[in-house]
Design a protein around this ligand. Structure first.
Ligand code: ZN
Length: 574
């Protein structure tokens, strides 16, 4: 498996606060950061990250751990999978020590290198193409300056063959590899004659390509994307997210558009918080990713029928994630790109100000569209039911009720008509649970806390106490694992020690690393440690005393005398 050095190197290179910050909006709170928990629904933040200890803990649902635990829990990955993903990000090689599936790891890094090379090759070709060429004419017509060609790494694949295949073969890639990732289909170049939009993950690695035809005379689909692969999951990625993240956080808002060119134009006009799904309808995974941004979501879809339908689907997905998106309505035939190019930034900004809660607007518009005072009751009923189905996607029952009332008012119906229409669903399990009772003594908990936080005191704890001297099964599991790791890593970090803790016990320890009234100062910690050790010793001495009490011979009396003196000696430490 993975060596301790590799894991440590990954943990050191990937900042936990930064990494979690990509999924959860974190705010500084004292020494820690707080945000809305990605593992349960909540309105006020109980999810805490400690930058000092590289640990996280949620006081609502009691999940916690280190960097690896976070990614495992978030994406349902196994430990080796999480390590591989983070190793890739950290630029740490874990292949040589044999991860779970070395072949899969090798293929992933080969695929990444392949797409890096291909994106770079196409990009260089575009830059080498003379400015009077039709591809530059197209870019000029779309008002895309060279700076955007750079920042979005745009490229060009001249027809009939750009020479990419020969270039990649020279770099050592087999023809089958080019075929597998659809850079070539047979002997034909897949993206020939297209403007190339490389698609990047959040760590700015190219994982796929998009190609757009740019001349009227060309035939074929306007857009083509790389096929799904182990590195290219269309349903999880957004075009432009690698550039938009900072701006999204700054504005606390994300603009969701349909096309790559919309993203480009918006970024160029100062709306750097625009992203687009990859040519498909919004997926549940993307909805979840948007929800995790914890920012206002504004849909800016094209003003045609397809755009409106895409907006409706996005609404459904987002509502089931507990997010009510805003929407800006564009005229029929208009898209964000054309609007900006024709009317400029100010008009666009004004449009953006006019955004409305999409579900509310839908309710209003539907009721306004109903024939007034007519007998078309069936139509009214059907429309109400459709809207109600949308409303029932909302996980929060209070919010659901607020929309239900809104619908009842708009449709002039008693609210209870809008209840119990669909089969009663199982009540949602309450996400916030009371903290579980600690499975060990309070003194033992103090020692665990000090162990995690003060590496310098570990040796003293070990001298005073054997790993086998802990009281409960749970405590023994921890002490044995800690004592074992301490043989090689006496000064290991808290995150490192959490790695050897069984998952079921993790939350008790992560809570200790982030709690606000914990030990932060070594002098106080040392006093608390001595006190806890003395109490544990005393407790252990009292045990045999109880058994000898039953005896009445001289030996027993002697033994009692001995024990009482020992007990007096250690309790004096208090
Ligand atoms: Zn939680």
């Amino acid at each position: 498996m993975f060596s301790e050095e590799q894991l440590t190197e990954i943990r050191e290179r990937v900042s936990l606060v930064e990494f979690i910050g990509e999924y959860v909006q974190l705010k500084k709170a004292g020494k820690n950061y707080k945000g809305l928990c990605p593992f349960h629904q909540e309105k006020s933040p109980s999810f805490t990250v400690s930058p000092d200890r590289d640990t996280f803990h949620c006081f609502g649902c009691h999940s916690g751990g280190n960097l690896f635990h976070f990614l495992m829990k978030l994406e349902g990955l196994s430990f080796p999978e999480a390590v591989e993903r983070l190793a890739e990000r950290a630029g740490v090689s874990v292949d040589s020590h044999g991860p779970a599936d070395p072949e899969a790891g090798r293929r992933r890094s080969e695929a990444l290198e392949l797409h890096r090379q291909a994106a770079w090759y196409y990009h260089c070709l575009l830059k080498k193409t003379p400015k009077d060429h039709s591809v530059w004419a197209y870019l000029t017509q779309r008002q895309i300056p060279e700076s955007a060609v750079e920042s979005f790494h745009l490229g060009y694949a001249p027809a009939p063959d750009s020479g990419l295949g020969a270039h990649l073969r020279k770099k050592g890639f087999a023809p089958e590899t080019l075929e597998r990732y659809s850079l070539y289909r047979g002997r034909r170049e897949f993206f020939r004659g297209r403007l190339i939009f490389p698609i990047f993950r959040q760590d700015k690695k190219a994982v796929g390509l998009g190609g757009r035809l740019f001349q009227e005379k060309d035939s074929g689909p306007k857009y083509l994307n790389s096929p799904e692969s182990e590195i290219f999951k269309k349903g999880e990625l957004f075009y432009g997210m690698h550039l938009a993240k900072t701006e999204i956080r700054k504005r606390n808002q994300v603009l969701l558009v349909e096309g790559y060119l919309d993203v480009l134009t918006l970024h160029l006009h100062g709306f750097g918080h625009a992203v687009a799904p990859l040519g498909t309808a919004l997926t549940a995974a993307q909805g979840k990713a948007l929800q995790r941004l914890d920012a206002e979501i504004v849909l800016l879809f094209d003003g045609d029928k397809a755009g409106r339908e895409a907006g409706l689907r996005a609404l459904e997905i987002l509502l089931s994630q507990g997010v009510a998106p805003q929407a800006v309505h564009l005229e029929n035939g208009e898209d964000p790109d054309s609007l900006l190019r024709r009317h400029g930034r100010l008009v666009f900004e004004k449009k953006l100000q006019e955004r409305r809660n999409l579900l509310e607007e839908l309710i209003d518009k539907s009721s306004a569209a109903l024939p007034r005072g007519s007998v078309e009751l069936e139509k009214k009923g059907r429309t109400a039911r459709k809207l109600l189905e949308l409303i029932e996607k909302i996980p929060d029952s209070i919010v659901q009720n607020l929309y239900r009332r809104r619908l009842a008012e708009a449709f002039d119906m008693p609210e209870d008509w809008l209840r119990g229409i669909r089969a009663k669903k199982k009540p949602q399990q309450a996400a916030v649970v009371p903290p579980p009772e600690r499975p060990w003594l309070p003194e033992e908990e103090i020692l665990f806390e000090i162990w995690l936080k003060f590496p310098a005191l570990r040796a003293e704890i070990q001298q005073a106490l054997d790993a086998e001297e802990f009281s409960s099964e749970a405590a023994l599991e921890i002490s044995r694992a800690f004592w074992e790791l301490a043989k090689n890593e006496p000064y290991g970090t808290p995150a490192q020690y959490l790695q050897v803790v069984p998952e079921s016990l993790l939350c008790y320890l992560t809570a200790l690393t982030v709690k606000s009234n914990g030990f932060e100062e070594v002098g106080l910690a040392k006093m608390a440690m001595n006190q806890a050790l003395a109490r544990l010793k005393a407790r252990r001495l009292r045990e045999p005393l109880r058994t000898v009490k039953a005896m009445s011979n001289f030996d027993a009396l002697n033994l009692i005398h001995e024990k009482v003196q020992a007990l007096a000696a250690v309790t004096k430490v208090k």
